[in-house]
Design a protein around this ligand. Structure first.
Ligand code: ADP
Ligand code: MG
Length: 384
C-alpha cells in the first residue's frame, strides 16, 4: 500500500460548550468549536486565557466539568488517554534522553505492539516527513532544539493519529528556526491531511499557520474565524486589539457620525453612521496603523478623522517604521509607514494623525459597562 492509502484521514472535532473550573473561576468557559477534518486550528490568547486547559481536555489529561467532545461524531470524554488516537507535541519536546532518535519516534508503536519490521518502516517514513532521514541512530543529546522538535513531531505523527495537538511547539526556538518550522508544520499537516489543534500566544504564528483561529480571552471564545476575517472583521475591541496592531477609540456615535474624543475628531465609517450595527450604545472605532497618515497640525483634510498629539517615539521594524504619538490626554497612537519614505517628523514634534473614515472599522465593546464615558483609545491596543 502507498503511504497515502494506508493513512487515516484527519477526524472532525466538535467541541461543545466545554467548561472547566478551578475553584470558582472557569479556566475554560462554555467554549464551542466545530473543527473540520484536515483543518488546522489555532487556539490563540494571552497567557492564562485557557488554551492549555482546553488542549489538555481534548488530549484526555484533564476532564471537563461540562460539555462534550465529539471526534468523528463519537463522544471522547469517556475514552481513556491512550485510546484517543491523538498525537501531541509540547514546547519542551518531552523526548526520552536515554533513547536514540529511532527509539523515541518508534515508542508509540512499541506501546501498541507493532512488529519490529513495521516499526522500522514507519519510523523511517516519519523521519523522512520531518526531514531528518539520516538521524535515526543519533542520540537526543546530540540534536539542536529545532531537530529535537522535529523528532517530537515525528513521534506525534508516527502512529497516524486522527488528531494532532500542539502546545506552543515553537515557543522554545529562536525566531528564524520558528519561521522555518512554522512553514514545515503547515506543509506536513496538510500533506498528511491531519486535523490539528495548535496553541500559541503569538498572533503572527497563528495568522501564518492556521485555517481558522479560535481567539480566547479569560476562558471565553471571543471569535472563531479565518485569519483574514479575524484581522479585517474583529467582532469586538478585544479581538481588534489582540490581532494585529490597532488604534481603538471608544465612545457613542453622535448624530453626525462622530465619536466624542478628547484630542480630535473621530468619525465612524459612513456606511455605519445610521446603521443598526451601531445603534445608540457605546462602540469601538478601530483603525489599523498602516492606514493612518501623519501631518503637521491643521493640515489634515476636513473629512478625515484626526487626532492631535506629539511624537513620542520612532521605532524601525524591517521594512516599516512605527511613529508613536502621545495625545494631550495621555493616549498612545500609532502610525506605521514604509521605512523607505523620507522621515519628515521628529520626536517631540506636534503632529496630527488622520485617516479616511472608510479605513475605520466599528466593533462592539466586549465590556460595555466599563466604557460609558471613555473616549480615549485603550492603551492595551498599542502593541509592538
Ligand atoms: P494558557 O495556556 O492560555 O496560558 P491555562 O489553560 O494554562 O492558560 O490556564 C487558564 C487558567 O486556569 C489560568 O488562570 C490558570 O491559572 C488556571 N489553571 C490552569 N491549570 C490549573 C490547575 N491545575 N489548577 C488551578 N488552576 C489552574
Ligand atoms: Mg499554556
Amino acid at each position: 500500500m502507498s503511504p497515502a492509502a494506508d493513512r487515516a484521514p484527519g477526524a472532525t472535532l466538535d467541541v461543545r460548550s466545554i467548561t472547566k473550573r478551578y475553584g470558582d473561576v472557569p479556566a475554560v468557559d462554555a467554549v464551542s468549536l466545530d473543527i473540520e477534518a484536515g483543518e488546522f486550528v489555532t487556539l490563540l490568547g494571552a497567557s492564562g486565557s485557557g488554551k492549555t486547559t482546553l488542549l489538555r481536555i481534548i488530549a484526555g489529561f484533564a476532564d471537563a466539568d461540562e460539555g462534550s467532545l465529539l471526534v468523528d461524531g463519537q463522544e471522547l470524554r469517556s475514552v481513556p488517554v491512550h485510546r484517543r488516537d491523538i498525537g501531541m507535541v509540547f514546547q519542551n519536546y518531552a523526548l526520552f534522553p536515554h533513547l536514540n532518535v529511532e527509539q523515541n519516534v518508534g515508542y508509540p508503536l512499541r506501546m501498541r505492539k507493532v512488529s519490529a519490521s513495521e516499526r522500522r518502516r514507519r519510523v523511517a517514513e516519519a523521519l523522512e516527513a520531518v526531514r531528518l532521514p539520516s538521524f535515526a541512530k543519533r542520540r537526543i543529546t546530540e540534536l539542536s532544539g529545532g531537530q529535537q522538535q522535529r523528532v517530537a513531531l515525528a513521534r506525534a505523527i508516527v502512529s497516524r493519529p486522527r488528531l494532532l495537538l500542539m502546545d506552543e511547539p515553537l515557543g522554545a526556538l529562536d525566531r528564524n528556526l520558528r519561521d522555518a518550522l512554522q512553514l514545515e508544520i503547515s506543509r506536513l499537516s496538510r500533506e498528511l491531511g491531519l486535523t490539528v489543534v495548535n496553541v500559541t500566544h503569538d498572533q503572527e504564528e497563528a495568522l501564518t499557520m492556521s485555517d481558522r483561529i479560535a481567539l480566547l480571552d479569560k476562558g471565553r471564545l471571543v471569535q472563531f474565524d479565518s485569519p483574514d476575517d479575524l484581522y479585517h472583521r474583529p467582532v469586538d475591541d478585544t479581538a481588534a486589539s489582540f490581532v494585529g496592531e490597532s488604534n481603538i477609540f471608544r465612545g457613542a456615535v453622535r448624530g453626525d457620525g462622530s465619536l466624542d474624543v478628547a484630542d480630535g475628531v473621530v468619525y465612524s465609517p459612513p456606511s455605519l453612521v445610521d446603521g443598526s450595527a451601531v445603534g445608540s450604545g457605546a462602540v469601538a472605532v478601530m483603525v489599523r496603523p498602516s492606514l493612518v497618515e501623519i501631518t503637521l497640525p491643521g493640515r489634515a483634510p476636513e473629512a478625515h478623522s484626526r487626532v492631535d498629539g506629539r511624537v513620542s517615539g520612532i521605532v524601525y521594524a524591517g521594512d516599516s517604521r512605527k511613529i508613536i504619538v502621545e495625545t494631550a490626554g495621555g493616549a498612545e497612537l500609532i502610525a506605521r509607514e514604509n521605512a523607505a519614505r523620507p522621515l519628515d517628523v521628529g520626536v517631540g514634534q506636534p503632529v496630527t494623525l488622520h485617516w479616511d473614515p472608510r479605513s475605520s472599522i466599528v466593533t462592539r465593546l466586549a465590556d460595555e459597562t466599563a466604557t460609558t464615558a471613555a473616549s480615549a483609545p485603550t492603551r492595551k491596543s498599542v502593541s509592538a
